[in-house]
Every structure is written in C-alpha cells, then in structure tokens.
Design a binder for this molecule. Sequence first.
Ligand code: 173
Length: 324
Amino acid sequence: MTYPRFATLALATASALLPVPAQAQEVTLRMVSAFAENSQYVKRLEGFIEKFNAENKGVAQINFIGGPKAIPSFETGNAVRSGVVEMAMTTGAFYTTIMPEADALKLAQIPVAEQRKNGAFEYINKLWNDKANMVYLARMVEGTPFHIYLNKKIDKPDLAGLKLRTTPVYRDFFLALGAQVVQTAPGELYTALERGVVDGYGWPITGIFDLSWQEKTKYRVDPGFYNAEVSIVVNLAAWNKLSGAQRDRLNRWALWIESQNAEFWSKEVERETKRQAEAGIQVIRFDGAQANQFVDKAYEAGWAGIIKHSPEHGPKLRQLLSKR
Ligand code: 173
C-alpha cells in the first residue's frame, strides 16, 4: 500500500516530535565465556549470538568479548554479579564462592524444560537474583555426563594414591573415592598433565580435544556421572533496565536454544565418544552393581556437599532437580 506524500510526511513529523520510548533504543549487552574461544561450547554460543543479533536488530544485540583471556574462568561469576559485563556463559562450579548453590545444577536429573514447569527454574532464579545479582537465563549444555580421565589404571572405583585435577564439580566425589585433589581452571590443565602434577582429571564426555588433553590422557572411566551444566547468566540490574520487549526477546531465544539441546548434545556425545576411542583412549568400565554404586556415590557426595554449604536451599534444590 502506498500513502499520499503528505501523510508520510505528517507521520514522520509526528514521530520525530514524540519522546523515544525505551524499547525503541537498541541495547548492547557485553558477554564473556568461562570456556576457551575455540571450544565447542563457544562455537555453539557464537552461532547463537550471530542468529540472535541478525534477528533482533534495533532491539538488542549481544557483543561477545571473549573467553578466559578476557575474564578468567573462575572470575566470570563476579564479572556478571558486579556488572563488569552484562552476560556470561559459565558454569555454577566457577562461582561457588558467590553462592554454593550454583554447583547444584550439575545434579539435575530432569531437563531444563521440565525445570521450567515444576518450579525449579523459578526457585533457581529467585536464588540467583538474591544471592548473585543474576538472572539465570538459559541452560546451554544438557545431557552430557562428567567422567574421570586417568593416566594410571584402576580396577575398582578407588582413587587412593592418585592426584586428580578438580573443580567444585568433582571435589566431593573424588575425595569420597580417596583421591587427592588439586583445583585448576580448564586453561591450566594441559600443563598440569604435561608436568605430571596430576594423574587425571574430571571433565564432561565432550570437549577434551578443545585444549588437546587427549595427548595426555590414557583412560576414561565409565560410567559417567551428573549432568554437565553450562548456562547463560545476566546481570540483574542490566536485566531490570531492559524494556519488556527486550526481555521478551532474550527469553524467547533462551527457550529456542534450550529446545535444541537434546538433539545437539546427544549427537556430540556420540561423536566425541567415538573420537576418544580413535585417539586411543581406553575405557575402564564398571558394570552392573559396581556401576550403580559408583553413580549413587557421586550423587550422594554431590548433594551432601551442596546441603552442607546451603542447609537452607540444598534440600529444596535436591527435591526440585531430582527424578521422581
Ligand atoms: O572445569 C571443569 O571441569 C568444570 O567444572 C566444568 C563444568 C561444566 C562443563 C565443563 C567443565
């Protein structure tokens, strides 16, 4: 439809005189990642950001600043809490010093889609708002268990005499298995393996190739345990400054990326498992009752750690995140 010239002019003049509503201004949100720039996690994030930016011009844009070189992995939580950046893709284990409950998300036995329905997601957001000045926006990684990777052979679930690289994710479980632990950021693990400072490490089933750890890894212990959690968090003050339309876009895109998780990660698990075998990594496999005990012990140690540090919220999180 074409308008007569004067109508167009009149409209243009009228809109020039109106105050600009908040939602008419495009907002740019700066974002960092706790994981390396060449990692699979970040590649997927970059694809997401590219699509988001292309489809949300004039509303909101995400400016990806970089990985741990920009903000060290264990500082990403602080950076979002304090507003140094507006967003981060990180994991709860990296900001337990802000709130110990952050590390509970690895213990989720139900997908985030279900967490959004059973009250868990709301509970999480209330906690994250209150304790970390953050909005918990979207879970990026689901359905990828953690594993123990070793350079020394074990024949039962016993890590006595071994020194393992850890983060809060694995700490209580590895200690329960008798290991000595040393905490490092992902970026320091290669050197720790190379120098023989550690005999192994914890990491999800995907991603060991990102920083070349396969070169220094002989065994993977099966089964895996927990549910690796990597999510997008947003500074609460920045969130509150957004217009309803801008928040709506971010929420819609959060749901969109989450809806891709199951298929994306199940393919990655298959691909990376195969790739590990091709790289010569041997599997130390516990079966049957021993496997069940191993996994049960992981969850028991994990929840005991959470509940010890958060007697107030730990039990509720356990109830909300566990399979019925
Ligand atoms: O660094 C880690 O091993 C870690 O805690 C983690 C958490 C989530 C995904 C990948 C690694």
